[in-house]
Design a protein around this ligand. Sequence first.
Ligand SMILES: [Zn+2]
Length: 171
Amino acid sequence: MINLHTREPTEIETLDTYLVAMGIEHFTAAELLTMKRAGVTVPEPPREWWPRIIPTLRAAEWLRERMGHPLIVGNCYRPDPFNRQVGGARRSQHLFFRAIDLDLPNRKRSHENESTFYSAAAELWISHGRELSLGLGLYRPWRGSRVHLDTGFRRRHWSKKYTAPLLESLR
Ligand SMILES: [Zn+2]
């Protein structure tokens, strides 16, 4: 089981201290507020939204643990106009601080490791998708691979070219 318990942040907590208090060890506020490819820092989301990202980050921690090495945050919070600028879905969960895009570090980019990454994400969806209402997107962008996770909205998956055969093979 992935722990779904969260609490509201206190008024004096920073996003970083809140993440640590929620048991998030490997993802920092700076990473969550950076759109890596664009090299852009986005504003901090409203404090009352902070609990939304915690189950998503616990899922990200699960994936990191499974891979046995750090994962790179491509982007996480994407308020408009940033979401529009990158062509994000109009109702993207990135808008609401529920979603994260994870990339392999450059030194871990191999065809084999990409397959492992996608399989691990598919396993996460099968084993914890229901409890998390997990959204899973598997992308193969310009280079490397990218896994999108969101929680607390609806269990679903997309980029079916990758997800469908993987899920089939894991059943
Ligand atoms: Zn995404």
